[in-house]
Design a protein around this ligand. Structure first.
Ligand SMILES: *Cc1c(COP(=O)(O)O)cnc(C)c1O
Length: 400
């Protein structure tokens, strides 16, 4: 059996094209983690013996590796269970801290990840006011709209770096500058951005930032929250306990997972530029191939401010769920994994102004570290072929 990724496993295995839902674990990450599941099993908070100190040293190295990816200080990195927890901690913890100081308002775009929107809804139940910002037809937030939404009682602005459904990159520098000028905390959900686009916390005026292990070829169940020290970002912890992670996240740090996240961040920092070039080429190949064979298809989201690992494409008149079933050789999804069980059209695509029919006709294709040009060619042939067959049969025409 070979140790390399998904595509080289069983011959019948479908081509993985869902890198926004999760990424395979890089074999180097797996290797780095093993010892901490085995001989080096110590509790990183047990400082009285070698088992604990070995684990503690590994966690400290992992913290340095995560910090280095975003030019942060290691003590600004808090380990969490993933970006969902990081986002909850940043938004609810940040807002609740400031509520005690009379600030009870939060600003966030309507196209954020479900866990950001649900955190904001929780705050509304607690008496906070939330402004949900619309986005432009290209999926981008207007920085001026953020400026206009900020009030004297605004505690926090939360804007994602890269959208998980359509791959657009939000203008974080401009929005951060506005927040800094107005003295409002700025949180960024960077789950889809960290390790894919350069993020430098010494330049970007961000106070809190969320990272997820399993979106950057690391393990599931681990993430990080960046918490700026100067000027200091203040927040309340969500959990009470032993006071680990500077009191912000009680609970024993899962050393093997932290080591995996650290390795994933280190590798991402090393390969980011090359990977970007590789994915740029694959993205063009995929988009141009599909547009040539399905000329009335169109790309959702801005064509320039985007990461190349995501193509969200609408094939008008076709039901994307039916199309996905027609191409069992491809592992694809329509939108976010968390909401795809529901039949409602994507709220992100609706926010871009797509009709329900066009939103239901949109497909998310995720490319990543292990995608090859050959796989892209096969995906183009299969998707275009299936679209043609379905259109010819007329079977999946959506009701107007
Ligand atoms: C995946 C994702 C999350 C949730 O991350 P988990 O680590 O799975 O909790 C949050 N935000 C975005 C943008 C994501 O893509």
């Amino acid at each position: 059996m070979t140790d390399t990724a998904v595509h080289s496993a069983a011959e019948a295995a479908p081509i993985y094209l869902d890198y926004q839902a999760t990424t395979p674990v890089d074999p180097r990450v797996r290797e780095a983690m093993w010892p901490y599941f085995a001989a080096s099993f110590g509790n990183p908070h047990s400082v009285h013996h070698r088992y604990g100190r070995d684990a503690e040293a590994a966690v400290a190295q992992a913290r340095r590796d995560v910090a280095a990816l975003i030019q942060a200080e290691p003590r600004e990195v808090i380990f969490t269970s993933g970006a969902t927890e990081s986002n909850n901690t940043a938004i609810k913890g940040g807002a609740r801290f400031h509520a005690a100081r009379g600030k009870q308002h939060v600003v966030t775009p309507v196209t954020e990840h479900k866990c950001v929107l649900a955190s904001c809804q929780r705050l509304e139940q607690e008496g906070f006011a939330v402004t949900y910002l619309p986005v432009r037809a290209n999926g981008l937030v207007d920085p001026q709209a953020v400026a206009d939404a900020i009030r004297p009682d605004t505690a926090l602005v939360s804007v994602m770096a890269v959208n998980n459904e359509i791959g657009v990159i939000q203008p974080l520098a401009e929005i951060g500058a506005i927040c800094r000028e107005k003295g409002v905390m700025f949180h960024v959900d960077a789950a889809q951005a960290a390790g894919k686009i350069p993020i430098d916390t010494t330049e970007l005026p961000v106070d809190l930032m969320s990272i997820s292990g399993h979106k950057i070829y690391g393990p599931k169940g681990i993430g990080a929250l960046y918490v700026r020290r100067r000027p200091r970002a203040r927040l309340e912890p969500l959990m009470d306990g032993g006071g680990q992670e500077r009191g912000l996240r009680s609970g024993t740090v899962p050393a093997p997972l932290a080591v995996g996240l650290g390795a994933a961040c280190r590798i991402a920092g090393e390969v980011m530029a090359d990977e970007r070039a590789h994915l740029d080429a694959l993205y063009r190949r995929l988009r141009d191939g599909l547009m040539e064979r399905v000329p009335d298809a169109y790309v959702n989201g801005d064509e320039t401010a985007r990461i190349p690992g995501n193509l969200n494409i609408c094939i008008p008149g076709l039901d994307a769920e039916t199309l996905i079933e027609a191409v069992p050789g491809l592992a694809l999804s329509t939108a976010s994994a968390c909401s795809s069980a529901a039949v409602e059209p994507s709220y992100v695509l609706s926010a871009l102004g797509l009709s329900d029919a066009d939103a239901a006709a949109s497909l998310r294709i995720g490319l990543g570290r292990y995608t090859t040009a050959d796989e892209v060619d096969r995906a183009v042939a299969e998707i275009a072929g299936a679209a043609q067959r379905l259109r010819d049969s007329g079977a999946t025409r959506l009701q107007a």
